[in-house]
Design a protein around this ligand. Structure first.
Ligand SMILES: [Zn+2]
Length: 318
């Protein structure tokens, strides 16, 4: 299981190799996913750790096709993966986003019967996804991502979203539209995004407000300010990050309203199945919430306590 300590990733098959291509301090708000368009994990790490006269590139993470992870910079330092970019009125995402590069040859082209990368390597049919990019360009061949790579990308996004309270999970193609096409149609970005953010995925846990009214706050205690008018009994929530007494939630039907509520005044609903179908079978087999937050494997001080089921109190709200 992946964790974060002092802005460094911890867990199995994780290593750290510092890149000289870093900027100043950063408080991350987003994660941006890329493909390397490279040959191997090692060659991409080497390239992203090299200073180049034509311009330096780097990222925080390089993710191999076998699931190995190499971290190149702490998550609170700027790296150079996004280039000219915009998202929701923010310019220059390098200063706001954690970059994850995934080892993948990228967009391929046909040479007779073969699908070949820009660096001349041919890929067998079972490593090629033929699809049109959601931004158009016609049906073209793309190098596939392996299942273990997609699974690790999802785990990475989950741990980063939970640790830093990230606002969104994006592709380079989202923030540099018309200029970049990565990670492209071979990567299930929408499914990874919704599951990492805990919104609408097939493993999303829904809660319902059981008290007459319930305050939603900016942090996990009654000391934090309210972020919106009190929620009413019956309001539906999506569980984003459970803690012992409080949970971070998104309010269903209200765009971008997220905050913390006290677990005493919410109850779990049956899981919804609305967002099923994009991840491969093996990824759907184990619900994200169970895998990432099972009490058995969670650290004791941050154990995921399920919301209480029987509490229908109208006591004073938190
Ligand atoms: Zn990119």
């Amino acid at each position: 299981m992946l964790g974060i300590q002092n802005h460094r990733l911890t867990g199995p098959d994780v290593s750290f190799r510092p890149t000289p291509n870093v900027g100043g301090a950063m408080r991350p708000q987003f994660v941006v996913l890329h493909y390397t368009a490279g040959r191997t994990l090692e060659s991409s790490v080497e390239s992203l750790c090299t200073k180049k006269p034509q311009g330096n590139a780097s990222s925080h993470i390089v993710l191999g096709r076998d699931g190995r992870i190499v971290q190149l910079a702490p998550f609170n330092a700027v790296t150079w993966h996004a280039g000219v970019s915009q998202w929701n009125g923010i310019d220059g995402l390098n200063h706001h986003a954690i970059g994850i590069e995934m080892d993948n040859a990228g967009l391929l082209h046909r040479e007779g019967e073969r699908c070949v990368s820009w660096f001349g390597k041919a890929y067998p049919d079972n490593e090629v996804v033929v699809a049109e990019h959601r931004h158009g360009g016609g049906v073209r061949p793309w190098h596939n991502f392996t299942e273990v790579q997609i699974e690790r990308a999802l785990q990475l996004c989950e741990v980063l979203v939970a640790h830093y309270g990230l606002k969104d999970v994006l592709g380079h193609e989202d923030i540099a539209r018309g200029r970049k096409v990565d990670p492209g149609p071979a990567f299930p970005l929408a499914a990874v995004r919704s599951r990492a953010l805990g919104r609408g995925g097939d493993a999303a846990v829904r809660l319902v407000v059981t008290s007459t009214t319930l305050n939603i706050r900016s942090g996990p205690s009654a000391d934090f300010p309210k972020v919106a008018p009190a929620l009413k009994r019956g309001a539906e929530l999506v569980l984003l990050e459970p803690q012992d007494r409080w949970s971070r939630v998104a309010v269903v039907g209200v765009t971008d309203l997220e905050g913390w509520v006290c677990n005493d005044f919410v109850a779990r609903q049956a899981a919804t199945r609305s967002g099923a179908g994009v991840l491969s079978r093996s990824q759907r087999a184990v619900p994200v919430a169970t895998r990432a937050r099972a009490p058995a494997s969670a650290p004791a001080k941050k154990r995921a306590a399920p919301a209480k089921k029987s509490n229908t109190t109208t006591r004073a709200r938190r």
